[in-house]
Design a protein around this ligand. Structure first.
Ligand SMILES: C[S@@+](CC[C@H](N)C(=O)[O-])C[C@H]1O[C@@H](n2cnc3c(N)ncnc32)[C@H](O)[C@@H]1O
Length: 348
């Protein structure tokens, strides 16, 4: 064997490929564990649950009971469960699988393995060779937003996943950087979905008038409150006027050209910095001070998701700065508040 001298290296390389090529196992097993009710069963038990107690708490086919151990072993290795005193307990990540945990990520987990979202991953190669705008278009014949507008069930699953993420972010925001909203009298959450963030900000700031501006099918049926209003709009055309504009998870959905268009519309909608005007962006900054492997993997993985859905991207600080300059803004400030994401205030 020619490569015999490198056999150890070759075995390690084989192992790496075999591990990576089956990466989807984690998301599929995670979704399955939630559907089987495993996190709930562990939690309701009140103390670490043995395998046989777990199996008898689940309503599954008894002939499959012996395989639950394998699912538990795999997801323990993946960091969701931990063995304590011969029983399984939930880790901090495992608690985020619980229906009643206020910060659970179940809708997001389900959405990421939604068949509609999985299909375009199989169209990546074709997309690299054709003229379609994004792999999503190659898989479904239309863009993500048009698909969501025409498929209410998919749109609901998407909106729930976004609200799922926003519930957590707004909590962090109110804990770590509530001051960002001090002194504002009006705020427009552009692409604010079903209003999770706007409602929470409005509750914390009763004198702040909040408007959620999103596509007509997203805001249809949403009820406003004393200081939250919903308006239909297209951010590529116009943004309603306010002291501040919030863009959470928006600009990573768009090309540089569209981002400049959106940011220019935001600039038109707000007063200058001396009058308190600002755009508040919540998104990722690639290649920042965040260096740990897991966070960097989350960031570049998210970038691939944006490529797949919209042929859009996550950005480095340099790329963000260029967008701001091109849209006519003069300054920005980064608040690294949300782990892999941060808050960027932009002024003119
Ligand atoms: C990734 S989601 C973010 C939702 C919300 N900001 C959040 O983080 O929970 C993007 C949002 O932009 C909205 N959107 C897409 N195109 C839009 C447009 N042209 N004008 C206004 N909103 C749009 C979508 O309907 C969706 O609610």
């Amino acid at each position: 064997m020619e490569r015999a001298e490198n056999l150890t290296e070759l075995l390690a390389a084989q192992n790496h490929v075999r591990n990576q090529m089956l990466n989807f196992r984690k998301s599929a097993s995670l979704k399955c564990a939630i559907e089987l009710g495993i996190p709930e069963a562990i939690n309701q038990h009140g103390k670490p649950i043995t395998l046989s107690e777990l199996v008898s708490a689940l309503p599954d086919n008894p002939s499959k009971a012996s395989h639950i151990y394998r699912l538990m072993r795999f997801l323990s290795k993946a960091g969701f469960f931990v063995l304590q005193d011969q029983g399984y307990a939930l880790t901090a990540a495992g608690r985020l699988l619980l229906k009643d945990d206020p910060f659970n990520l179940r809708a997001l987990i389900f959405f990421m393995s939604d068949p509609v979202l999985l299909k375009p991953w199989n169209s990546l190669t074709e997309w690299f060779r054709n003229d379609d705008p994004a792999p999503f278009d190659t898989a479904h014949g239309k863009n993500f937003w048009a698909y969501a507008a025409e498929e209410p069930n998919f749109a609901n699953r998407f909106n729930e996943a976004m609200a799922n993420d926003s519930t957590f972010i707004v909590q962090v925001m109110m804990t770590r950087c509530k001051f960002v909203f001090d002194g504002l009298t009006s705020l427009v959450d552009v692409g604010g979905g079903t209003g999770t963030i706007a409602r929470a900000i409005a509750q914390n700031f009763p004198n702040l008038e909040c408007v959620v501006c999103d596509l007509p099918h997203v805001i249809a049926g949403q009820e406003g409150t004393e200081n939250v209003d919903f308006v239909a709009g297209d951010m590529l055309e116009k943004v309603p006027t306010a002291d501040a504009i919030l863009l959470k998870g928006i600009l990573h959905d768009w090309s540089d050209e569209d981002c400049v268009k959106i940011l220019k519309n935001c600039k038109e909608a707000i007063p200058g910095r001396n009058k308190g005007g600002r755009v508040i962006i919540i998104d990722m900054i690639l290649e920042s001070q965040i260096k740990d492997d897991e966070s960097v993997e989350t960031q570049v993985g998210m970038d691939m998701l944006m490529l797949m859905c919209h042929a859009a991207k996550e950005r480095t600080e340099k790329e963000w700065a260029k967008l701001f300059r091109d849209a006519g803004f003069s300054d920005y400030k980064i608040l690294p508040m949300f782990g892999v994401r941060c808050l960027i205030e932009v002024y003119h």
